[in-house]
Design a binder for this molecule. Structure first.
Ligand code: ADP
Length: 289
């Protein structure tokens, strides 16, 4: 933010288009898939422009260290981490001030949304790993984290969707890319719960007038509503895929394959399917194969 752009770089051209061809109020392409990790209780992989993020959720589970536990509710702990190869120059591995800040704001955004009072004395752990970064990673991580929480079956008031808006070359724009983030004048990451309208994250880097701020908020809230639709679709697809896979594994009860007199499996007996490995819809195929 605030770096002087190279003289030949036009962040907004004569037609009002941005360097990647987007209109000011357009988001980058977003794709997401729920249930991609076998060993997590819930997970999500998300691609957002040049960002690639994976989120994994564990819990509710026992709290370590024990003195962190709360007798009245679950604690929600988020970890945001950037891999060394996620940025142009190798990033020094391990936590730094920025990743601690983002972990904190993510925990604070998700804790009021999760129905924590249902799980006293437990922890819900949310890990987000940024594999590739190109501005907007906190919003990408938060968006993926809330899908992973839903995939883990954690009850929530609603999904959390996030998107940044800001200002470049005197124009309010939505979802800043890397150059806009570097050379822009303001960056405002926003996260809302579209179902309730609650704002759970609002940060601002740089300066905006009142009018510009309201315009940026309006863009960000509209984008969060679009992103919310993609989140719901990713969760629907996850359960559709799982159901189809299960159906194809099992002969239809009483169908053509059934021997005369063969009984349907009884729940609680061997072969009822309840003790089988959970189905991973992603399987070994490519994530967006
Ligand atoms: P966000 O990713 O949420 O926009 P920032 O505004 O702090 O968060 O970072 C903007 C972008 O700067 C990141 O998405 C990433 O592309 C880049 N970046 C952040 N940290 C580093 C780093 N240590 N080295 C190189 N690039 C970085």
């Amino acid at each position: 933010m605030g770096m002087t752009p190279p003289p030949d770089l036009k962040l907004i051209d004569e037609q009002g288009r941005r360097i990647d061809g987007r209109a000011p109020n357009e988001i980058r392409n977003i794709r997401m898939r729920a249930g991609v990790l076998k060993r997590a209780d819930g997970s999500c992989y998300l691609e957002w422009g040049g960002n690639k993020v994976v989120a994994a959720v564990y819990g509710p589970r026992e709290v370590h260290p024990r003195h962190d536990q709360d007798a009245t509710k679950a604690i929600v702990r988020c970890r945001y981490n950037m891999s060394p190869f996620s940025v142009d120059d190798r990033k020094r591995p391990g936590p730094d001030r920025r990743s601690q800040e983002i972990s904190k704001i993510m925990s604070e955004a998700l804790a009021p949304v999760v129905l924590t009072q249902l799980f006293p004395r437990t922890a819900i752990d949310v890990f987000t790993e940024v594999l590739q970064a190109e501005a907007g990673t906190r919003c990408a991580a938060l968006t993926a984290a809330s899908v992973a929480l839903a995939d883990a079956g954690i009850p929530m008031k609603g999904l959390v969707a996030a998107c940044a808006a800001g200002k470049v070359a005197n124009t309010v724009v939505l979802d800043l890319n890397k150059e806009e983030d570097n050379y822009g004048d303001a960056d405002v990451p926003v996260a809302i719960v579209p179902k309730t309208g609650d704002v759970v994250l609002l940060q601002m880097d740089g300066d905006l007038t009142d009018a510009e701020f309201y315009q940026a908020m309006e863009y960000a809230v509209q984008a969060c509503k679009q992103i919310h639709e993609l989140q719901k679709q990713a969760l629907l697809d996850r359960y559709k895929d799982a159901a189809e896979e299960r159906a194809s594994e099992r002969p239809a009860p009483g169908g053509d394959d059934a021997e005369p007199g063969e009984e349907e499996p009884v729940i609680g007996e061997p072969g009822d399917g309840l003790d089988e490995e959970p189905v991973s819809p992603a399987g070994d195929e490519e994530v967006f194969g």
